[in-house]
Unconditional design. Sequence first.
Length: 247
Amino acid sequence: MIIAHQLTKTFKDKKRGEIRAVDQVSFRAEPGRIYGLLGANGAGKTTTLRMLATLLQPTAGSATVAGFDVARESAQVRANVGFLAASTALYGRLTAREMITYFGQLNGLAAPEIKARLKRLSAELDMDEFLDRRCDKFSTGMKQKTSIARTLIHDPAVMIFDEPTLGLDVMTARAIVRFVRECRDRGKTVIYSTHVMSEVEKLCDTVGIIHNGRLCAEGTLAELRARHGEQDLEEIFVKIVGAEDKK
């Protein structure tokens, strides 16, 4: 489970002064469900997720991931979380197999366990064809599948996906969406950040809409549709964001 309570992150800028990238965000993501974090670019999605993954320290507020505090127990959080971003880099001189094996070793897995998990992940993500090719020769889709496999090699209880289909072709994006759904079906806690409305509608059990660093709406799709009198998620999003901008 992930519990965020008034999570806040500020940055200092010489020209603009203090920038509040995330402002008192609170929500709960539960096992076997996908929590969708929906917002435009610059809304605060990635900063929020980076705090949950212990890549950034919160300025204020608190969060627990799999029962561990992100500020005080960061090592335990990292052992239980897989974090995937569209910009995740790979070591170009390694093959996909070497890359995934390396991250299995970093997470303390024994060689037989790494081999078994890698075989399963390769089959699920359709990677067998390029598993022994160097990463610097990969297409965007191949890189993203390799990144997902290395993120999941230690079988974390919590998965955080930050715009994982960005820049992918339709077929690869569909494969990623299917795999995210399978993570939920295996009982993992999943946070899925995106600005693609159709992905939210296909995947998410609960949706949180973030704008200007604040969580301004939350609920299931059915609840949001009933609350705002719209069926189209894009119309709901525009209505909520527009109301926030007028405050």
